[in-house]
Design a protein around this ligand. Structure first.
Ligand code: NIG
Ligand code: FE
Length: 383
């Protein structure tokens, strides 16, 4: 099976020699990009999409979501609009709602969100647990996640649940809970924040994951300055996520340890907080990714185009920087090499936009510009 996409006004591939091409075409064969070149020279294929002068980008790689949860927190959001600040404690509301939701319903809800994400161009999705917070419950959430994606992250260290001491809970997370999820989760995460876990507790959980060969992520420096980023650098984490409050030492540590800064501006939008210093990070040579952080507390959106628009308007990224962070950057955060770009050999995952350039993602916020989404050479949304 092969697919030709031609008539592309603007094609972003991230190939080193020509990252952005005009009047281009691309062929996907057996799920992989097989040819990239001028539209006038395109070879024939079994199927064809005429992009009609529109834009083609690598499918978005959303490297940070919490899609498995019950209930919502619309009331908490509404209260925030009249001045109540966000605190980590709200997570417990969702833990209770998640535990009260059947596995079938959790799967149906997560699927709905994943389809929503796909329709807005997300072709690779990471999903964290973290609303179960007990051995069987965390496993159940990850069983749901693995129906949707291979990129499943164990976030038992999200907050200490009611009725257990922090020390006992940390021991449970790094021992029996990790044992119970190790066949599903490829990564482990921890929320390093006042009201959640301190540096030593995060170290204990993350190093237990590292000992099992799991990739490391950490929710770091979200609500105030803190030790999260230095723990990430010290342990060789793949990413430090949020990174809202950073010292110069933090920025240097991220760069020197090759830790990707996964920025989630929709969380700052929804919690009415200051935005992460994306420009400063890029200028310092840190790899930046953009993600939705989709969750019911701080960021109930699956839309990478919305995140890109925010990053341009609020964080000083150029549209091209933002698209790179939402594709290539996300893939780096997941330490995958075959998505997030469209060089020959990459997975045939792409988005066709009804717009003459990627700039329109920021220029026309809130407008659905996604005409079609292709995954491994198959049209999975639009057409
Ligand atoms: O990434 N910061 C920790 N976890 C989520 C929020 C979870 C919640 O409030 O339910 C986040 O923002
Ligand atoms: Fe998060």
């Amino acid at each position: 099976m092969s697919l030709l996409v031609d008539g592309i006004g603007c094609l972003v591939t991230w190939e080193p020699d020509s990252p952005v091409r005009q009047n281009a075409a691309l062929v996907i064969a057996d799920g992989r990009v097989a040819w990239v070149g001028a539209s006038s020279e395109a070879p024939a294929a079994d199927e064809r999409i005429d992009a009609g002068g529109g834009t083609v980008l690598p499918g978005f790689v959303d490297a940070h979501t919490h899609l498995v949860f019950g209930g919502d927190r619309a009331e908490e959001f509404e209260a925030r609009l009249t001045g109540r600040p966000y605190t980590a404690g709200g997570i417990r509301t969702t833990v209770a709602a998640t535990r009260a939701t059947s596995s079938a319903e959790l799967l149906a809800r997560t699927r709905r969100l994943a389809v929503e994400a796909l329709r807005s161009g997300t072709t690779t999705l990471e999903i964290k647990s973290g609303y179960g917070l007990a051995v069987d419950q965390e496993r159940r959430c990850l069983e749901v996640a693995r129906e949707i994606t291979p990129h499943c992250t164990f976030l038992g260290a999200h907050v200490v649940p009611d009725g257990i001491s922090p020390a006992t809970y940390v021991d449970e997370v790094r021992g029996p809970m990790l044992d119970a999820v190790a066949d599903i989760a490829t990564a482990v995460d921890a929320f390093c924040e006042e009201g959640a876990f301190d540096a030593d507790q995060c170290r204990a959980v993350l190093s237990a994951g590292a000992a099992r060969g799991m990739r490391l992520h950490i929710h770091a420096n979200q609500l105030r300055p803190g030790p999260g980023v230095s723990v990430a650098a010290e342990l060789g984490a793949a990413s430090a996520d949020h990174c809202t409050h950073l010292s110069d030492t933090d920025v240097t540590a991220l760069r020197d340890a090759d830790v990707v800064a996964v920025l989630v501006p929709a969380a700052e939008f929804s919690t009415r907080s200051a935005y992460a210093p994306a420009r400063r990070l890029l200028d310092a040579g840190v790899t930046v990714a953009l993600a939705t952080d989709c969750n019911p507390g701080t960021s109930y959106t699956t839309s990478m185009p919305f995140v890109i628009a925010l990053a341009c308007r609020e964080m000083g990224l150029s549209p091209l920087d933002a698209v790179r962070a939402a594709t290539w950057g996300g893939a780096r955060a997941l330490r995958t090499t075959d998505v997030g770009h469209l060089s020959v050999g990459a997975r045939g995952d792409l988005v066709v936009l009804d717009a003459p350039s990627y700039v329109h993602l920021a220029y026309r916020p809130g407008v659905n510009l996604v005409r079609a989404v292709v995954r491994e050479g198959m049209v999975v949304s639009g057409g």
